[in-house]
Design a protein around this ligand. Sequence first.
Ligand SMILES: *[C@@H]1O[C@H](CO)[C@@H](O)[C@H](O)[C@H]1NC(C)=O
Ligand SMILES: *[C@@H]1O[C@H](CO)[C@@H](O)[C@H](O)[C@H]1NC(C)=O
Ligand SMILES: *[C@@H]1O[C@H](CO)[C@@H](O)[C@H](O)[C@H]1NC(C)=O
Ligand SMILES: *[C@@H]1O[C@H](CO)[C@@H](O)[C@H](O)[C@H]1NC(C)=O
Length: 453
Amino acid sequence: MSSSSVKSYSSALDPLNKAWKTPLLFSTVKPISSVISLFLKAGLALSTVFFFSLLLRLSISHYGQPYNSTTTFNHMLHTQRTQHEPTNIGHIVFGIGGSAATWHTRRHYTELWWRPGATRGFVWLDQNPSDTDPWPETSPPYKISDNTSSFKYTCPYGTRSAIRMARIVKESFELGLENVRWFVMGDDDTVFFPDNLATVLSKYDHNQMYYIGGNSESVEQDLVHFYTMAYGGGGIAISYPLAEELVTILDGCIDRYAHLFGSDQKIQSCISEIGVEITKEPGFHQVDIRGNPYGLLAAHPVAPLVSLHHLDYVDPIFPNMNRSDSIQKLVTTYKADPGRTLQKSFCYDPLRNWSVSVSWGYSVELYPSLVTTKVLEMAFGTFKTWSSWRSGPFTLNTRPVINDPCEMPLVYSLDSVGNAGFGETRSRYRKNLLRECQREEYKEALGVQHIDY
Ligand SMILES: *[C@@H]1O[C@H](CO)[C@@H](O)[C@H](O)[C@H]1NC(C)=O
Ligand SMILES: *[C@@H]1O[C@H](CO)[C@@H](O)[C@H](O)[C@H]1NC(C)=O
Ligand SMILES: *[C@@H]1O[C@H](CO)[C@@H](O)[C@H](O)[C@H]1NC(C)=O
Ligand SMILES: *[C@@H]1O[C@H](CO)[C@@H](O)[C@H](O)[C@H]1NC(C)=O
């Protein structure tokens, strides 16, 4: 091994000399054979469920509507044919909350992840965009939201646009699009990672009522806006059957919760009336933080990255790059290997007593000492809370950033990711120029200029 580069490797040795085995690599990738058998099992289970639901549906009329056996049966056959396929991007209808006045300054966020022809959905605007500029082909198509002037809104510090945003799920549903399993709502500054979103949603039975998303990272926000809520900027996923129920009560419900500030609060309140609770998924990120998001991203949970929000409100995610180039870089990396983006792995070099923590596609930390995984998994508190700019509390544990380079790891940021052949990727990380520790044990580590993984 040359002193200028470290390759990570697994080892049966336990350098920490403990009775337990060190989890060297956390990976969400399953061996193909087990994935296939999982699909087979899921398929079997689904077809059994389908068979019984078919019997049930044929024997009762649904929601008291006049029973038309021809349409129901055709619909059932169609459903049966498509039911078995795992959820993919095409099953999702996105509803992006936008406005005519700000779309041109916000659209770069959506255009990073929007794939014309593959992703379905609309940007919902308050009025027609100006005729002078043609609507960009790289943007999702737009729709104009219904007039909401007849609804009540009494939150003194909010804006009425919350009503329009809350109704996006209803107006999307009422378009009557075919073969929809999920409605996913986001803000115009939400960056979705659609392949991972589909992976996460495919874990759930879309024939059941599901409400999926994540909380704010700042406890102060969760105290005000509820822990029971999927935060709108991080994205709200609603399964078709839940949307079908929700649209019947939403308008009345919006008036009932007129005092609530945000559209996400109104949606959650209405869903609570249906009796459905949030299913939290750790890949949805509201990013209700300020300052440097490094700690949050370098210690991402072992789950697919689904969304990032508020990127205009935090420092650029890569050093020495502006915001737009930084997020573009992360999205490019994501496209090389979606499921691995920000996935964490730790390893140890028992010859040198070094510890290495990798956040794939983002950063590597090199510690010239043996550090327990318990410490490594904890995020550095490089960021502040959303509204009070305090150092906590957050809904994740943090460890302090110490102003002494001898107490901190060397940090390497993603330089590039490339194709290593045989369906594998190679990512390269370059050392950040930070103040360096001059102590003996850092000497050799300081010689490592880049790390390949
Ligand atoms: C049932 O639906 C089919 C197809 O939409 C239509 O042709 C037929 O007239 C309907 N039958 C009744 C009784 O409404
Ligand atoms: C919305 O409806 C109200 C009342 O019907 C009307 O006064 C207003 O002009 C409408 N707004 C738009 C943008 O059409
Ligand atoms: C970001 O930096 C790149 C390269 O330095 C530059 O081309 C681009 O205009 C910058 N973008 C913004 C929004 O400043
Ligand atoms: C690594 O640590 C072990 C004990 O934890 C120690 O015995 C060994 O000498 C160390 N090796 C190096 C190269 O420092």
